[in-house]
Design a protein around this ligand. Structure first.
Ligand code: ADP
Length: 482
């Protein structure tokens, strides 16, 4: 109760309430004495008014005091014999009726006061700021939170225009924002505060606000005023701004990383291309002239193979960076995928010492719409993986199959196989199995990621079936030309 009294500030002090009670009875006595000849038959009328005023203004106790004073003074001044406290039985009945009516008025008044107090306490104890206005946008009530946020007390603000108490500007433009109270009065419906609204308090403090205004209507639907409910969301807005800043920083860092990767890859490829080109030249010359010792020929083969591997890795890194920035695109044309796979197998076979690459494919063309260079990268990758993750002597079989709408290429190895738990992660960027065999084999864990993305760009799919210790089959299915 105390907090309500200090917060709301509308309940008068006790002495004043009792003073009003005594004063109104004294006034009733004086007026009744002046008008005695007219009110003599019924001297209670003005005292009923005094009791009503006392109860309404001061509550139950001042009301009871007024009743008591009224009984005494009526009896003394207005009931014969005058200026004594003696009375007839009929007067006792009259005073009793007065007492009952007066008590009824007092208790009704008290009930109303309790209900109003409860309403005011509820508003005062809300965590949100609440301000009510009349239909002229003048402040009628504000709770403690509203007082704290605006810097105005209810006593100061009451009767002032809402725009003076609640000053709103846009967070970014600093332009004045229309007060929701004005909008509600104009449109007669609930209005949400615009986002990014700042409340400028009386002392200039700025706070981000959130919430709404709503019309107050009586039962007949007549607009009586507006209730404005708002809360301080400065902390939330600051957190959002901070999150946005961190996101931008992170995005900038990712962009820089991509840029670095891209530049580094280009710079690394320039000397590597020259190295590979010259090594291949020597390799071809040695094959043509046949005058190079077997040991030197092997050395050159190693240089060519390793330089090619390095080049493939750099290309894959570049592709990852392109995929992340959405820059990897394909140029499609009609191609015979059977022929393409045949060429790849023919290229890889000579680089293998004893292992056999077996291609099982019909002689008829297998036509698809695709990017030959990118698809070559896909099959190179899958075949190299099959070689990498299986015994040096175990054969790798490449099979093609035709379905109604697709052509599939299956790459089967008899290698280490893949744990079923790992299958869902296999095509993720940088994923590598943590088995020791894989860890001891060179690789970046980006090959399958790039393979899947390229196949997806072709409208196809890639899947894997594998048994640990037995082998794996990777199948690439692409839409066939009609
Ligand atoms: P990398 O081979 O460079 O590690 P990939 O993206 O090509 O990267 O392959 C991801 C992982 O998938 C490999 O590290 C390996 O664990 C597994 N993997 C791929 N191909 C095979 C295969 N033919 N047999 C067994 N495991 C494979």
């Amino acid at each position: 109760m105390r907090s309500w009294q200090t917060t709301i500030g509308t309940s008068p002090p006790a002495w004043m309430r009792y003073a009003v009670s005594v004063g109104s009875v004294v006034l009733a006595v004086i007026i009744s004495l002046v008008l005695y000849p007219y009110i003599e038959p019924n001297p209670f009328a003005l005292f009923i008014t005094a009791v009503a005023i006392s109860s309404w203004y001061g509550g139950l106790r001042p009301g009871l005091l007024a009743i008591l004073l009224s009984l005494v003074t009526i009896n003394y001044f207005f009931i014969a014999p005058l200026f004594t406290f003696s009375m007839a039985v009929s007067d006792v009945i009259r005073l009793t009726i007065f007492l009952i009516v007066a008590l009824l008025i007092s208790s009704l008044s008290e009930a109303r006061r309790i209900s109003e107090t409860r309403y005011a306490v509820t508003l005062a104890s809300l965590g949100d700021a609440v301000i009510t206005t009349d239909t002229a946008a003048r402040v009628v009530f504000m709770n403690a939170v509203a007082e704290a946020l605006t810097g105005w007390t209810l006593i100061e603000a009451r009767g002032k225009m809402i725009n003076e108490i609640v000053q709103l500007v846009h967070m970014d433009t600093r332009q004045k924002v229309e007060n929701p109270v004005d909008q509600v009065l104009r449109d007669g419906r609930v209005v949400e505060l615009a986002n990014h609204t700042i409340l400028i308090a009386r002392d200039g403090t700025e706070r981000a606000l959130d919430d709404s205004g709503a019309p107050i209507r009586n039962e007949a639907g007549k607009l009586l005023g507006v209730v404005l409910v708002f809360r301080d969301v400065t902390a939330r807005v600051q957190a959002e701004v901070e999150r946005e800043r961190l996101l931008q920083e992170a995005q900038a860092a990712v962009r820089m990383r991509e840029q670095f990767l891209s530049i580094a890859a280009h710079e690394l490829r320039t000397p590597l291309t020259s190295l590979l080109g010259n090594a291949q030249l020597m390799q071809r010359r040695a094959a043509r002239d046949g005058n190079m010792a077997e040991r030197e020929r092997r050395v050159i083969n190693v240089i060519v193979n390793q330089a090619r591997r390095l080049d493939n890795m750099i290309v894959a890194l570049l592709d990852v960076s392109r995929l992340e920035t959405g820059q990897l695109s394909i140029k499609c044309e009609h191609i015979d995928i059977g022929q393409l796979v045949q060429r790849i197998v023919d290229e890889i076979q000579p680089t293998l010492d004893q292992r056999l690459l077996e291609l099982i494919s019909p002689d008829t063309p297998l036509l698809i719409d695709g990017d030959a260079l990118r698809l070559e990268q896909v099959f190179q990758n899958l075949i190299q993986n099959a070689i990498k993750y299986s015994d040096p002597l175990a054969p790798v079989v490449i099979r093609t199959s035709e379905q109604a709408t697709t052509i599939c290429i299956h790459i089967e190895d008899q290698g280490i196989g893949i744990d079923p738990n790992e299958l869902p992660h296999l095509f993720q960027r940088f994923y590598r199995s943590d088995t020791s065999t894989v860890q001891q084999t060179a690789g970046l864990g980006i090959g399958l990621f790039v393979v899947q993305e390229i196949v997806k760009l072709h409208g196809g799919s890639v899947r894997v079936e594998s048994t640990l210790g037995v082998g794996s089959t990777f199948s690439v299915c692409l839409p066939r030309l009609p």
